[in-house]
Design a protein. Structure first.
Length: 561
């Protein structure tokens, strides 16, 4: 059996979340209804890790004819911005999912407030006006008993009065909090009277200055799920210890319907990169990369600009499956899916990234010929194009060596090669400048070899690509290395920034065949022999290297053996 990843059409990988939802359906839990949500905090752009969560949340809803809403968890006014909201909606759609609805936790601020008053009146919440450090210290720790706040038994009327005054803006930030009256001796620290509300005199991107009281993640999340009618609240493993609190809040709230259930799955991490919005933001702020869509980042913006097809990202997410243990996947595997897709869809073009001129000395002066080349040998429907061939063409400087090392089969004095789709040429010499740099490679062509084969059956060992100098257009290519040089950035020193690749981007000025001038913004083409390149969305002559042609995943697997 082959070790390369199976094609994206292979049967679905293990997905324990899907299995458990199916079991719920079979048992009639939630009346056979499936509703999920994808709940990003709008404090940055989505990255490849979020793509996995999106595939799980939207995928499960799709599998069971349910609904998945896109819900912004916008409970922290300080870090959230409308720019991020818009980008997230756009990225989810780009991945190919249409949200059942776009909703906001901030839509529920009023309901959440009412439910908090309900907890106060039923004796399950109280206002604490101790400072934050004292409250943390009193929480204790595992095996260390918690200390009850002196305000824990404040009378209900006083709690209500204080809470209403907190809302009215009478108190300063940090002076009062609302706490759940749960269990100060619980083994799970989350249940030691967690904070439900804090005071923050901050402008919110949607509610403006309506509120100075903001709910914590835990208080807002499960209640938002319940308000919307979510059945399966799927999140990542770090929320495992929050599940008991999630349930506690729901059990003590006046829910309109069924109590949703939280299920946790493993986060996606990739080799040679970081997937944390905080670290991504730091890379941008430190000027290591140009912005959220710098093609070296693992954000969906960046991957899209770099030419990663959304379908390849989804196929990768399906392939890795959904499990309960965190693991880091090899980036080469993701690249395999990208290459696999682009091989089928990308048109072939010729471009020379480090050009040197090849002069064919026996070519008739002023003569030009049209060579017909297939646009994509993998797909006959893509048809063919005409490429002009003349006696002066650009070739890769790499494809010529004045002194050839052993096993070098490309151009060197005396050697014959095939110019892709055109003729055999034999190198006769070269010219240099005063410093000895090669300025021109000289060759003769064999007129009998048009189309790339010799009637006498003689073979050549190399085929090289070319672009007629008279017909070439100028292009700029951005060649990317991995942003981090270490497989697990930060493993050595604790700081991923110590592992930054010293030269993760090289910009080269190249020459390309005229047809490339028609590439649409965002279109990905294969530069023959070089790799896949994505036309930039804005800059007309700029191409980003998406991925090379070689399957590195096979090598990674061999190394792993
Ligand atoms: P970050 O640490 O990058 O800020 P986050 O978890 O705070 O990520 P959110 O915007 O809160 O980001 O995440 C929205 C959803 O995406 C959550 O359900 C979260 O669990 C999920 N998610 C975030 N990162 C990953 C990841 N690396 N793999 C899988 N799911 C993820
Ligand atoms: Mg978060």
């Amino acid at each position: 059996m082959s070790d390369t990843p199976n094609s994206p059409d292979t049967p679905a990988a293990a997905n324990f979340v899907r299995d458990s939802v199916r079991a719920d359906n079979e048992q009639g839990t939630f009346g056979g209804r499936v509703q999920t949500r994808f709940p990003p905090e709008p404090n940055g752009y989505l990255h490849i890790g979020h793509a996995k969560a999106i595939c799980v949340d939207f995928g499960i809803a799709e599998d069971f004819s349910g609904v998945c809403k896109l819900r912004f968890d916008d409970t922290n006014p300080v870090t959230e911005e409308t720019e991020y909201v818009d980008a997230i909606i756009d990225d989810v759609r780009w991945l190919g999912f249409e949200p059942g609805d776009v909703v906001y936790a901030s839509d529920y601020f009023e309901t959440l407030y009412t439910w908090a008053e309900h907890l106060i009146t039923t004796g399950f919440a109280y206002v604490d006006d101790q400072d934050g450090d004292t409250i943390s210290a009193q929480r204790g720790g595992y095996g260390k008993p918690g200390v009850e706040s002196p305000h824990r038994d404040r009378p209900t009327a006083e709690n209500l009065d204080l809470f209403r005054r907190m809302r009215a803006g009478e108190f300063a930030d940090g002076s009062h909090v609302l706490r759940a009256k749960a269990d100060m001796q619980h083994d799970n620290m989350q249940l030691r009277d967690p904070i439900m509300y804090r005071i923050r005199h901050e402008h919110h991107h949607r509610t403006g200055d309506d509120w100075v009281l903001y709910p914590t993640y835990d208080w807002a999340h499960g209640q938002s799920d319940a308000i919307e009618g979510v059945t399966h609240s799927i999140c990542t493993l770090e929320f495992d210890s929050h599940r008991a609190l999630y349930d506690w809040y729901l059990e003590h709230s006046p829910l309109p319907g069924d109590q949703p259930r939280q299920t946790e799955f493993a986060r996606l991490e990739l080799s040679y990169t970081v997937t944390s919005k905080r670290k991504l933001l730091q890379l941008i702020n430190d000027g290591v990369v140009d912005g959220w869509d710098d093609p070296r980042l693992p954000t969906l913006r960046a991957l899209r600009r770099r030419g990663y097809p959304a379908t390849a990202i989804r196929a990768f997410c399906d392939f890795i499956g959904v499990a309960k243990t965190n693991s880091r996947h090899q980036i080469e595997m993701l690249e395999w899916f990208v290459r696999n897709e682009l091989n089928r869809t990308a048109l072939r073009r010729m471009a020379v990234l480090r050009p040197v001129k090849l002069v064919i000395t026996n070519w008739p002066t002023g003569h030009s010929e049209s060579i017909t080349l297939q646009n994509n040998p993998e797909n006959a429907d893509d048809g063919s194009r005409e490429v002009e061939f003349t006696g002066e063409v650009w070739i890769e400087s790499d494809d010529f060596k004045a002194e050839a090392p052993p096993k070098y089969f490309r151009l060197t004095p005396g050697a014959e090669v095939r110019l892709r789709g055109a003729y055999y040429v034999k190198c006769t010499g070269y010219n240099t400048d005063a410093d000895g740099n090669v300025t021109e490679v000289l060759a003769t062509y064999d007129p009998e070899t048009r189309g790339g084969s010799a009637p006498d059956g003689r073979k050549v060992k190399a085929t090289i690509h070319w672009v007629s100098t008279a017909h070439a257009i100028d292009i700029t290519a951005a060649l990317y290395e991995r942003l981090f040089a270490a497989e697990v950035p930060g493993e050595r020193t604790g700081d991923p920034f110590d592992d930054l690749h010293p030269n993760s981007r090289e910009i080269v000025q190249g020459k390309a065949e005229a047809a490339l001038a028609e590439a649409a913004p965002g279109q990905v083409v294969q530069f023959e022999r070089l790799g896949y390149f994505a036309h930039d969305h804005d800059q007309p002559a700029l191409f980003h290297r998406t991925v090379g042609l070689k399957d590195e995943w096979a090598n990674v697997q061999k190394r792993g053996k």
